[in-house]
Design a protein around this ligand. Structure first.
Ligand code: CUA
Length: 344
């Protein structure tokens, strides 16, 4: 090999190795309950297949290019006539025919996947209306022929059934994305967008906001629980019940917490069905204690989590509308936390 090609040769070898290693390292992080590469839904499976098709295609082209580079470096110089013919062949073959065939093929493959991803759910399917708020999720279940049910920050779905999501936002643009189940969709003020998801296996997954929407964009997640159909129907029935059955025996601390909830004006923003709390600015709290997390994925759902949320809303979620309540005495915060956690 001529000495002037030696640095290119060394660089190419280095590039080949590090490229492969980086690729493997990046893929090693792509698993878990928020992974598009571990699909649990029909759309996500199609998208993962498209990803692997594109990746294998890109890898094959990369290998070909590396092989051509080595060949060019090691090859002896052609006579001028042959050189011209080969150059023309390389430009027409490698610069026009090859990319047209490969990119055309990948484009057809990608486009052929769009119709099923954009298809609407069959009539009579469960509809779920989700509104992206700053920075949480207002979720309204609309089972066909039944009254709507409002919850927040957690979505439960029956396995094996297409569900139609109607997506909206009152003020800023968000994007609704459950990587394990399917593609993402923008939530645009003044417009209603739709997304059909069909979970293919049960499990707990994580949804996120995929569009920068303000200070707490990164603290705007939700749990997605895919359940057997019968379990889902039972859960929906339980969610329809008011917070506490009338006449149920009650812990005095819970009664105290509820009194403080009303005394501190929490009812102006929050609804707790079965009580006089009917505010609609913040999340519905009727069964808040039964959710997997607090503050849209910000804190664990336990008494300490509630106490931390009440006293440090501004630190847990910068820019949030809900004021903090650090001015309250500790025993009052504790009673409030015990009450909220009891709302199962
Ligand atoms: Cu909502 Cu980002």
């Amino acid at each position: 090999m001529p000495p002037r090609f030696r640095p290119i040769y060394t660089l190419s070898r280095f590039g080949a190795w590090t490229g492969g290693l980086w690729g493997l390292a990046a893929l090693a992080g792509c698993s878990g309950r928020q992974s598009a590469l571990e699909p649990a839904g029909r759309g996500a499976t199609d998208i993962a297949n498209l990803f692997w098709g594109m990746t294998v295609g890109a890898f094959a082209i990369w290998l070909l290019m590396v092989a051509l580079t080595f060949y060019a470096i090691r090859k002896r110089r052609d006579t001028p006539g042959t050189q011209e013919r080969r150059s023309r062949l390389l430009i027409v073959g490698g610069g026009v025919v090859f990319p047209t065939v490969v990119l055309g093929g990948l484009l057809i493959y990608g486009l052929s996947m769009l119709p099923p991803l954009l298809a609407s759910a069959p009539p009579g399917s469960l509809k779920i209306h989700v509104s992206g708020e700053q920075w949480w999720w207002r979720v309204t279940y609309q089972p066909p022929g039944e009254t709507p049910l409002v919850t927040a920050n957690e979505i439960r779905l029956p396995v094996g059934e297409p569900v139609e999501f109607e997506l909206e936002s009152p003020d800023v643009i968000h994007a609704f994305w459950i990587p394990s189940l399917g593609g993402k969709m923008d939530m645009i003020p003044g417009r209603r967008t739709r997304l059909v998801l069909e979970p293919t296996r049960t499990g707990t997954f994580r949804g996120v906001c995929a569009e920068y929407c303000g200070a707490s964009h990164a603290i705007m997640a939700f749990d997605v629980i895919v359940m057997e159909k019968a379990d889902f129907a039972r859960w929906l029935d339980e969610q329809r019940q008011p917070a506490l059955a009338a006449g149920a025996p009650e812990n005095p601390l819970i009664a105290q917490g509820r009194a403080r909830f009303f005394a501190n004006g929490c009812t102006a923003c929050h609804t707790i069905r079965g009580t006089d709390a009917r505010g609609v600015i913040g999340p519905d709290l009727t069964h808040v204690g039964s959710r997997l997390s607090l503050g849209a994925g910000a804190l664990p759902n336990d008494i300490d989590g509630f106490a931390r949320w009440l006293t440090q809303t501004d630190q847990v979620k910068p820019g949030v509308l809900m004021p903090h309540f650090r001015m309250l005495p500790a025993h009052e915060v504790h009673a409030l936390a015990v009450y909220l956690e009891s709302l199962q």
